[in-house]
Design a protein around this ligand. Structure first.
Ligand SMILES: Cc1ncc(COP(=O)(O)O)c(C=O)c1O
Length: 346
């Protein structure tokens, strides 16, 4: 069987070899459970050194959806409270109604290139606050990078944080794809900014070289208290939390986390440059490791014979938006081959 090269996701491989080595090296060491082990504590220390907020807490869960659920469960406490999110948000489209199953509505705003704006949040609050027939938003959830690969600027995040403060809204940043968002061309948000501006943000490992796992950085002292109970209640507490702790300790021991993200992101940029050179347009202005070229359906179908290509959505009877992802492990040769094949089909 001819193996296809998958551009479908950034988690199609296992883990970076350094992570596997760290897991093997520490395998026989006995540790206590539930993220009280020395590896989780070390990973927390390393992450917080970069966040610049030693008083924050870091918790580790196994998936991005789980992190979103736990974070929002800790923020939405009264039954009438809702979370504001973009209509393209992962929590709205791709999490099986998990947030709604908490008993809280997601108040949607039209995403601008996948992003939510401070003005849109203000407009929601102006409408909902005086009207007791409506749910009352208590949190804002945004993803960095977004579902369509775009990233927020520091000015945008500052404006969102300011409007959240004004209305007493918690700010949650879903960082399942935080690595690529931090290193993308033009990126000006740092982990320090996220520590200063958000109540909780996550740092995704699954999509950036880990076997699996997400780090949740809880900045707000009021949310830090009893946060572990929220983790426990959502069945998200991992007895062998060390497995995630070891991975994050390795990713943040030096610049590995950022280096892996730079690899996937720079290859995506190379891919976009090549695709643009062939005359194709893009659905979103993504600087991250996600690319969304608009291609003829016939071309997509032929590409799919040799590559994993996800069709994001149709744009006309003849063309669709393809979604192509690069990972920490994508070889340059795969990009060159794809561009070569695309040129032949064009
Ligand atoms: C922005 C974002 N958040 C959360 C998730 C969910 O992650 P998981 O599949 O690990 O639950 C994804 C997955 O694609 C995502 O892109």
């Amino acid at each position: 069987m001819i193996m296809k090269y998958l551009f479908t996701n950034d988690y199609s491989e296992g883990a970076h070899p350094r992570i596997l080595e760290a897991l093997a090296r520490t395998n026989m060491r006995q540790e206590i459970g539930y993220e009280r082990d020395s590896f989780c504590l070390e990973a927390e220390r390393l992450i917080l050194a970069r966040v610049g907020n030693p008083a924050a807490a870091v918790h580790f869960v196994h998936s991005g959806g789980m992190a979103n659920l736990v974070a929002l469960a800790s923020m939405l406490t009264r039954a009438y409270e809702s979370v504001i999110a973009a209509d393209t948000a992962h929590i709205h489209v791709h999490e099986g109604g998990a947030i709604e199953a908490l008993g809280h509505k997601i108040t949607l705003v039209a995403g601008l290139g996948g992003k939510i704006t401070a003005e849109a949040i203000r407009a929601v609050m102006d409408k909902h606050l005086p009207d007791e027939h409506m749910v009352l938003p208590k949190a804002v959830s945004l993803a960095h990078a977004t579902e369509v690969g775009t990233i927020y600027s520091l000015a945008e995040l500052e404006a969102i944080a300011a409007v959240c403060r004004e209305f007493g809204l918690y700010l949650f940043v879903d960082g399942a794809r935080m690595g690529t968002a931090l290193v993308a061309e033009g990126a000006d948000i740092t982990l320090r900014d996220l520590g200063r501006l958000t109540d909780i943000f996550t740092v995704g490992g699954t999509k950036n070289g880990a076997l699996l796992g997400e780090a949740m950085v809880v900045n707000n002292p009021a949310l830090r208290e009893h946060f572990r109970r929220h983790i426990r209640q959502r069945a998200a507490h991992v007895a062998k939390g060390r497995i995630i702790g070891i991975q994050f300790a390795e990713l943040f021991a030096d610049d590995l986390y950022f280096d892996l993200a730079r690899h996937s992101t720079s290859l995506a940029q190379r891919l976009r440059t090549g695709i643009a050179r062939l005359g194709y347009k893009f659905f979103s202005r993504s600087p991250s490791n996600m690319s969304f070229p608009i291609l003829p359906n016939a071309v997509i179908e032929q590409l799919q014979a040799a590559y994993g290509v996800y069709v994001w959505r149709g744009v006309s009877a003849e063309a669709s938006v393809a979604r192509l992802l690069t990972s920490w492990a994508t070889p340059v040769s795969a990009i060159e081959q794809l561009l070569h094949d695309l040129e032949k089909l064009s």
